[in-house]
Design a protein around this ligand. Structure first.
Ligand SMILES: Nc1ncnc2c1ncn2[C@@H]1O[C@H](COP(=O)(O)OP(=O)(O)OP(=O)(O)O)[C@@H](O)[C@H]1O
Length: 286
């Protein structure tokens, strides 16, 4: 790990001498605790704002995002921030430390997110019925959906990053790495045995569908390789089979995946892959 981490010490406000200046004896104990917490939070926010690794991507953070990061630090899910792994349209992904384990932190930008489109992906999902056309609620629902989809995919036997914590628009998950940084996307590596890789991805697609979900954006860009194993990422937009377009999404995923492996020399196409999944799966209806 040669990544630079900005260590976060949320106890800094406890430094000797710090707590005596502002004591007002008319305060209740609760007032004093609240003021101390406010002070610690603003110090935390200033440190994050000043941190070099966030300067390039500073537009990520609205006030409530600082609050979410602070909560994750206090709850012990993040101890130090590393650098950015990816700056996407809707979310940025950073490395961070949790104890001495490296984790990935995906931060959705409430303002930049195309929440109308996101809202469409929540449609028909019984787990997120209560999320209406409210932008913040949609983004927060989306992140919770990504967390829940990661859990469901894992339970179905699909390799995905282990979800660790979710707080408002921030998701903490297992970091997938290689010797020289983040794990490479399938599109970035030369595949030794495309036939086997195809069979693994086909099995993953079948298992997801059997568990009642469809990825909805599956391609060589959302499958990564760590230690010769394939992992599916970016399951935020994955829908349950209740979604009115779930079959169209499955068909599109099959087209994209089959086209990629076809270019690698595997004799397949979208129709064959779709037929395989339909033939083998008995989707769960919950
Ligand atoms: N858990 C992880 N471990 C390591 N790298 C990750 C992890 N999650 C995401 N990444 C990296 O960050 C990139 C973006 O992640 P992801 O696809 O989840 O976000 P996104 O904002 O939807 O991206 P995009 O806008 O490019 O579709 C991935 O292609 C991958 O390289």
């Amino acid at each position: 790990m040669d990544q630079e981490y900005g260590l976060l010490d949320t106890d800094e406000a406890d430094a000797p001498g710090d707590e005596w200046e502002e004591i007002d004896y008319s305060d209740t104990e609760a007032d004093r605790i609240a003021r101390k917490r406010d002070r610690e939070f603003s110090q935390f926010r200033e440190r994050i704002k000043d941190a070099d690794q966030f300067k390039v991507t500073e537009s990520v953070f609205d006030e409530a995002t600082y609050g979410a990061l602070y909560k994750l630090v206090q709850d012990g899910h993040i101890d130090a921030f590393g650098g950015p792994i990816s700056t996407g349209k809707e979310a940025n992904v950073y490395t961070a430390l949790r104890g001495d384990e490296e984790v990935a932190v995906k931060i959705y930008r409430i303002n930049a997110s195309d929440f109308r489109e996101m809202g469409e992906y929540l449609e028909g999902d019984p787990r997120f019925e209560e999320v209406a056309g409210n932008k913040k609620a949609v983004v927060v629902g989306w992140v919770r959906k990504e967390f829940a989809n990661l859990e469901r995919a894992r339970a179905a036997g699909v390799r995905v990053p282990e979800p660790i914590a979710v707080e408002r628009n921030v998701l903490v998950m297992e970091y997938l790495g290689a010797e020289d940084g983040r794990a490479k996307r399938l599109a970035e590596v030369s595949i030794e045995n495309p036939e086997t890789a195809y069979e693994v991805v086909r099995e993953y697609m079948y298992r997801l569908y059997d568990a009642g979900i469809v990825h909805g954006d599956l391609s060589e860009y959302n499958i990564v390789v760590q230690d010769s194993q394939l992992y599916v990422i970016d399951v935020g937009q994955a829908v349950t089979i209740h979604h009115p377009n779930s079959e169209d999404f499955l068909e599109r995923d099959c087209e994209n995946v089959a086209a990629f492996f076809n270019r690698q020399g595997v004799d397949t196409d979208g129709d064959q892959l779709l037929a395989y999944i339909h033939e083998h799966a008995d989707p769960r209806e919950e």
